[in-house]
Design a protein around this ligand. Structure first.
Ligand SMILES: Cc1ncc(COP(=O)(O)O)c(C=O)c1O
Length: 470
């Protein structure tokens, strides 16, 4: 395939947007109208009517006895850790590659997040790395089921059992997934989920905690609801916040939940086609599919770009793929490097001090996570997998086109690339909704290193926004 790349002036493979997200129909409309007319809108009494129905369905899907709805995934993680009694001076092991909220929740308990490296084939926490980081202060491990992969729950459960630690599963990206025939969120003492806008089950915002432990469930309930309990007095030493979910969110989530199994299946069917296509392209490797994942769920479908085989850097590959009309992202920056989680923050410095550790990067050594983020990972958002077969044909054609033209791309002069990028923005981006433009601008910015490049991207972004506002 030798057609000219869109980034270098050729025709893009894909000119129309992918399936819209979120998906909704009259089910959501009716459910929201029900809430409106009931006058019962908020989270009190907790759990409220629709919240209780949602919790029961969610627990059944994930094979736990209890589910406690929350206002967000971040709140779910914080509450789960507090329910376990994690506090000042404690340490909690988290993977380096995750959305920073996983580590933030630890800091919110005044405990110190300790960053473990990830596995090269799944980008999920490496149990051996986690084992090496355990100290007398460690209270828990938070495996994150990242992108479309599930962390090795067998190895982690064994590690936690042998070292008397708790596991809190971060399932924010894995709603509906099963490991060995049982729901994620049922392997740890607690599991935490997110219903934020981009997630595969969404109400814009929202979260859930799953557990089969009655006492932990009661504590979570007290922590999200201003310390009010459901009955038994097992929350004696806790301070509660207001992390309640609203009836609006639950109404939407109940409707969304009906579509989830079919959506998860479709995403996976398409992901498997993509996997087969990528396996035929030297230099591209899909992240590993573990046979113990008996019901997959996809949030971002990651694959790896091998620059030395393809003769093009991952960043250039990503830019070229975006220019072909395929949205993609390079994932989350290792948390300890992320601007979203500044190591200089007072909170982080304080929790390090409480745990007797240095608050700088010297304690954060995760070469695999850094290698994956800096050079290899590239992910497709789940919406790309939710459309028709033709949509997937376009994704595959675009990936094949970029791979086949990789050498040309690498040889192209930077100036030429910028002009092509600028043209691409002018021709396509102005037609897209603002939030997509901004998201893509962020992707470009992450893809291109260097101060000068950043300024150019800001300039392009400003032009795009100005043109739309006019
Ligand atoms: C892995 C992971 N953990 C935690 C969160 C936080 O969830 P929320 O945005 O609902 O607070 C997210 C999502 O944003 C996530 O992807």
């Amino acid at each position: 395939m030798n057609e000219k790349l869109s980034l270098l002036g050729g025709d893009p493979v894909r000119k129309q947007p992918f399936a819209p997200w979120p998906v909704f129909d009259d089910r959501e409309r009716t459910a929201l109208e029900d809430v409106l007319c009931s006058g019962n809108w908020g989270g009190s009494p907790s759990p409220n009517r629709k919240a209780a129905e949602l919790a029961a369905r969610f627990a059944a899907i994930h094979d736990t006895l209890f589910a406690i709805p929350t206002s967000s995934g971040t709140a779910a993680l914080e509450v789960a850790l507090k329910a376990l009694g994690v506090g000042p001076g404690d340490e909690v092991i988290v993977p380096a590659l995750t959305y920073h909220a996983t580590a933030y929740a630890v800091v919110a308990c005044m405990a110190r997040p300790v960053f473990a490296d990830v596995c090269l084939d799944t980008a999920c926490i490496d149990p051996d790395s986690a084992a090496r980081l355990i100290t007398s202060r460690t209270r828990a491990i938070i495996p994150v089921h990242y992108g479309a992969a599930i962390a090795d729950l067998d190895a982690l459960a064994e590690l936690a059992r042998s070292r008397s630690l708790a596991i809190v599963e971060d399932c924010c990206e894995a709603v509906g997934a099963q490991w060995r025939g049982r729901g994620v969120g049922s392997y740890g003492a607690l599991g935490c989920f997110s219903f934020q806008s981009l997630k595969s089950l969404t109400a814009g915002e929202g979260g859930m905690i799953t557990t089969s432990d009655h006492v932990l469930a009661q504590r979570c309930q007290a922590l999200i609801n201003g310390r009010r309990r459901l009955g038994d007095d097992c929350a004696e030493s806790l301070l509660g916040a207001n992390y309640r979910i609203t009836e609006w969110q639950c109404a939407v989530l109940l409707a969304q939940l009906e579509r989830l199994p079919a959506q998860n299946e479709l995403r996976w069917k398409h992901a498997e086609r993509l996997r087969a296509a990528l396996e035929r392209i030297p230099g591209l490797t899909p992240t590993a599919a573990d046979p113990r994942t008996t019901r997959p769920a996809t949030y971002v479908w990651f694959f790896k770009v091998n620059a030395s085989v393809l003769n093009v850097s991952r960043n250039l590959f990503a830019l070229a793929l975006m220019a072909e009309g395929i949205p993609c992202s390079i994932g989350d920056e290792p948390v300890f490097r992320s601007p979203l989680f500044p190591l200089e923050s007072r909170e982080y410095r304080t929790v390090c001090e409480l745990a007797g550790a240095a608050p700088d990067r010297s304690a954060c050594r995760c070469p695999v996570a850094e290698r994956l983020y800096d050079h290899e990972l590239l992910g497709l958002p789940h919406q790309c997998l939710l459309g028709e077969e033709q949509d997937l044909d376009d994704v595959i054609t675009a990936i094949e086109k970029v791979a086949a033209n990789a050498r040309t791309l690498q040889r192209a002069k930077l100036g030429l690339l910028w002009r092509a990028l600028e043209r691409f923005w002018h021709e396509h981006e102005f037609l897209l909704p603002l939030e997509i433009v901004l998201e893509r601008a962020r992707c470009y910015r992450r893809c291109i290193d260097g101060h000068r490049a950043e300024c150019r991207v800001h300039l392009l972004m400003k032009k795009a926004v100005d043109a739309m506002v006019r």
